[in-house]
Every structure is written in C-alpha cells, then in structure tokens.
Unconditional design. Structure first.
Length: 437
C-alpha cells in the first residue's frame, strides 16, 4: 500500500526548483554543452534557472545567464565563479561540472546556500584520460580533485554509463558515499539530409581533435584509407584542427590515408556543422578513449549513419538493448575491445564497409534511430530524470538564511517566471550554439 505524502511534503515535491548552474562558458562542447542543454531543459520544465558564466555569452529567453565581468588581475575564468556579487537570493540546487565548476558549486553552497543540494556531474575518467596522453602525474592530481568534489556532493550524476561507473568508483572511496545516478545526454532533432541519387562518391565525416591522439584521427584516416584501397569511392573530411595547424594536419593525415584528406578548423557555428552533417554519408567516431562523446548523438539527431566504438560511453549506450533496440543501435557499434593498435584500422574499415554496402538500409535505420532517440532520449528526458533524483534527497529548506537574506537586500534580484514562456519561433538558430571549445 502506498502512503500518500503529507500535503506540505507533496507541495514541496511539486514546487518549481530554484536552480543555479555553473560553467565558465555558455558556448562550447563537452561539459559546457551539457550545462547549457540541461539548463535550458530545466527552464522548459518550469524551474527557475540561473546560469553563471565568466566569459561573454549571449542571452537566452528561458535562462537567466549572468555574465561575470572580469576582475583585473584574475585571469582564471573558473575562479570567477566563486564570486558572491549578483547571486540569486534563493537557491535549492547548485549544479557543478567536474573540476571545471564542481568546486565553485560546493563553495557557494557552504558559504551562501547551506540548505541547497549540490549536484556534481562527472565528465571524465581522469585516471584513464590523462594517462592515455602520457601524463600520469596530472592524472593522479585530477583524480584526487574529482574524488574530493564527489565527496562534497549531495548527488553525483554520471554523463552516460561509463562515467556513471566512474562516479560509483569515486563515491566508494568516500567515507560517506553520495548517491550516484546516470544521465544520458539528450539528442536534438535537426533537419535530416536530402540525398541525391545521382551522387556516387561517399562522404565520410569525423568530428575530432586532430592534435589529440586519444581522439583517433589517425585511426579514422587509416581505416578510410583501407576502404579506398578496397576500391570504394570515398572522401574523408575531419573537423577539429587549430587553424594554424590545418595545413600540417592535412598533410600528416593524408599520408596516413594514402589519399587526400580534408581537414577543417574548429568551429562553433551550428550552421557550418549542420551543413557538414547533412553532406555526410557516415560519421565515424574512432576515438581511442571517449568518456561519452556528444558528436555521435548530433549525427544521430540529423538521421546520419554513425559508427562508434563499444569501449566508449556513447557506444555502450547505443549497444544497450534496454536503451536502444538492438536492430537500431547495434549496427552503429564497432567491436573494438581487445583489438591491437595495428588491427584497429581494419576493424573499423570492415564494419564501415559492411554498412556502406547497403547504404539505403543504413539511411533508413539511421532515421529510425533518430525517431527512437527523439521519443525517448531528449534533454527534457534527461532533465526530468535529474529532477526526479533530486527530489528523492531530503527536501531543501526554503526558508531564508542569513546569507540569502543579505543577498535579497543587496541585490533585489528579479526572478524568472515560475512557468517558462514558450520559446519564440526560430530560437534554436539564435540561441543554441554549436560544439567546440
């Protein structure tokens, strides 16, 4: 028998939350993108969301974005997030992201909002990522920082299955482990490609960082080179080089592939990235290590066939039949586990060739995957799950503390409305910036 909540408790469970999210930037990828999208989704659900950033950023119709003007002599943009000026008068939840803003989240709670709950998002497996770049000392330092941040959180959120497992490992190291839950990043449905039946050459696209070995640009180049040697009429484009390195990276990757590779610089222009995706026949995400990877979900949101490794967070998600029907997810997942460096390009080439040989079926499946994700794995779904887990914690005390009373008197800040207004037509092009940090 279910015992109903007392009226006051039931009201508290349904009351819109006052949420403070922290990140140094609003425009960018990785933790920045997660912070931006979860902030927007929470506001759409009717919660009052304030986001504090420390670099110039555009305004948003649903989220109160506070841009902290720089303090002369303080160059660290993350340190700016510790400031008390213009803080909201009342906060129930503070969200921080890894070492980028997790420390600021717990600091603000401890000093200004003692009744608020800190939600800490885990974005990296620091013990693995930095070691993969040959930096074990930095890996140890970052892991210790992440463990300390987890220990101070009221709720830990892993971004995808791999990082949720990492969050659980770090929580176990704490004397009083906080609860750990998983959040799957949402897909954003975009205009799908319109294919031309007269086109014969295949365009393969890689979102990467060409200067980071972990991102696997060399693996992708070698794999597509194998496809070229097998007689497939393919072209390869890579997005993700520093502008000053484009010529050199293009030369190196073309040498690896054995035919010309087009390398483009980083971009945060959503129109440029959408154009590249609509022009692609397949997106390849051949990273050696990837804690999740938002780029493959962007491709899926456009209905473009995508390949990911089963060792990555996004590969684990797409390969989980409890999350994605096997007929839709499994063909996108390359079995990379146990493969040596020497054999990885062939493993990727074999899987890509099998998919590309029946391109009409691959495109139909990609559109079905897009529809499934749009119905079950949006940022709204992600935000609803996070709020549900927040509400299982001890309910926040909404009475005004001495610190928040001082803030109210000092700032008299006007809150955003409890029920978020509808997004104006065309808001997405104006306010949802692209990836790339």
């Amino acid at each position: 028998m279910t015992v109903p909540l007392p009226p006051a408790r039931a009201e508290a469970q349904n009351r819109p939350l006052n949420v403070l999210t922290l990140c140094d930037k609003w425009i960018g990828g990785g933790p920045i993108a997660v912070n931006r999208e979860i902030s927007i989704a929470l506001a759409e659900l009717g919660h009052r969301v304030t986001t504090r950033v420390s670099v110039p950023s555009p305004s948003h119709p649903l989220v109160d974005i506070q841009v902290l003007d720089p303090v002369p002599g303080v160059s660290d943009t993350r340190a700016q997030l510790l400031r008390a000026d213009r803080l909201p008068a009342d906060v129930d939840v503070i969200m921080g992201h890894g070492r980028f803003s997790g420390g600021a989240a717990s600091y603000l709670r401890d000093n200004f909002y003692p009744h608020a709950k800190v939600v800490h998002f885990v974005h990296v497996t620091a013990d693995e990522m930095d070691r993969g770049r040959g930096e074990p000392l930095e890996s140890n330092q970052h892991t210790e920082t992440e463990r300390a941040l987890v220990s101070r959180a009221d709720l830990v959120v892993g971004v995808g299955p791999l990082l949720t497992d990492e969050g659980r490992r770090l929580a176990r190291m704490c004397e009083k482990p906080p609860p750990v839950v998983q959040m799957t990043p949402g897909v954003i449905l975009e205009t799908p490609p319109r294919y031309d039946p007269e086109q014969t050459r295949l365009n393969l696209l890689v979102f990467t960082r060409t200067d980071d070995r972990l991102k696997g640009a060399d693996i992708a180049a070698a794999a597509v080179g194998e496809l070229h040697n097998r007689g497939m009429d393919v072209r390869l484009t890579m997005l993700g080089a520093h502008k000053s390195d484009v010529a050199e990276q293009e030369r190196v990757l073309s040498d690896i592939a054995g035919f010309p590779v087009r390398v483009r610089g980083y971009t945060s222009d959503p129109n440029v990235m959408a154009a590249e995706l609509r022009g692609a026949d397949m997106v390849i995400h051949a990273a050696r290590h990837e804690d999740f990877g938002l780029a493959p979900l962007e491709a899926a949101g456009h209905g473009v066939p995508v390949l990911v490794g089963n060792h990555t967070g996004v590969g684990m998600f797409l390969g989980d039949p409890k999350e994605v029907p096997a007929a839709l997810g499994a063909p996108s997942v390359v079995n990379t586990r146990g493969s040596s460096e020497a054999t990885l390009p062939t493993v990727w080439a074999d899987h890509a060739e099998a998919v590309l040989k029946d391109l009409p079926e691959a495109r139909r499946r990609a559109m079905d995957l897009r529809e499934h994700l749009g119905q079950n794995h949006t940022w709204r779904h992600a935000a609803e799950g996070v709020v549900e887990n927040i509400r299982t914690l001890a309910p926040p005390t909404r009475g005004t503390t001495a610190a928040t009373a001082a803030l109210q008197v000092a700032h008299q800040q006007t809150r955003p409305p409890a029920v978020a207004p509808r997004r104006p037509q065309g808001w997405q092009e104006a306010f949802r910036p692209g990836r790339g940090r």
